[in-house]
Design a protein around this ligand. Structure first.
Ligand SMILES: O=C(O)C(=O)Cc1ccccc1
Length: 235
């Protein structure tokens, strides 16, 4: 299963939660994870799409539109962030905090309350931030990442559970080359993308026909940029 990041990233944990016996394949970028499935290096890719704190990850919804992979599953992963640094480094030595943008925003209030006078810097993934500190022996820098990332890259945990909301959960979707054809023996979740042409009210018409037939209303509702063809609406 392809995922974006290096070992210890939350996406790797999501892959393991979805398929405990899978072989996780780390990829530099989400694009690379999609391509790994498209060219048969991997059978599945895992992609974070939404967080209980930060909301939707719009860039990743855009990726779904630009590629021809199908959503075949979903995983909800509780996220417990830690502040990691090299062994022996103390909180007062930290002048820079690096992590994935989602992780930085999910811990912003806690970091402020901790009185850390440190700049924030976004990098590609949380575990990659931990690896970067270890490889470059950075004693003034801390990473926001998982306990597993700390173990893998030999960092110490300065603080645990630093997410602003203790029930911080990220929703990941599992992608495949082949779709799952929904059956009628149990409920299936479906994603539908609409491209809104100016003045057509298409979304209103579709939602009305759902309501008219007493369909359960969609639970996720996203605005995505829509491939330069005007705004699309996805749920
Ligand atoms: O960077 C990671 O480890 C990821 O898998 C992306 C991410 C970052 C923060 C919360 C959930 C997923």
């Amino acid at each position: 299963m392809a995922y974006q990041g290096v070992p210890g990233a939350y996406s790797e944990a999501a892959a393991g939660k979805a398929y405990p016996n899978c072989d996780p394949i780390p990829c530099d970028q989400f694009e690379v994870a999609f391509q790994a499935v498209e060219i048969w290096i991997a059978d599945r890719a895992v992609l974070p799409v939404e967080n209980s704190l930060g909301g939707s990850i719009h860039r990743n919804y855009d990726l779904l539109l630009r590629h021809r992979l199908h959503i075949v599953g979903e995983v909800q992963l509780p996220i417990h962030h830690c502040l990691l640094a090299l062994p022996g480094v103390r909180m007062e030595h930290i002048t820079r905090i690096i992590s994935h943008p989602q992780a930085l925003s999910q811990c912003e209030n806690t970091l402020t309350k901790m009185g850390l006078n440190a700049s924030r810097e976004a990098v590609d993934d949380t575990a990659g931030a931990a690896e970067y500190i270890a490889t470059n022996n950075l004693r003034n820098t801390a990473a926001i990442a998982s306990v597993r990332a700390a173990e893998l890259y030999g960092l110490q945990t300065l603080a645990k559970g630093i997410q602003d909301d203790s029930s911080n959960v990220t929703r990941f979707v599992i992608l495949s080359r082949e779709p799952i054809i929904p059956r009628i023996d149990r409920p299936f979740k479906t994603s539908i993308v609409f491209v809104q042409e100016k003045g057509t009210n298409i979304l209103f018409k579709v939602l009305s026909s759902f309501a008219f037939r007493n369909f359960g209303l969609p639970c996720n509702f996203e605005m995505v940029s829509g491939l330069g063809r005007g705004p699309a609406v996805q749920f």
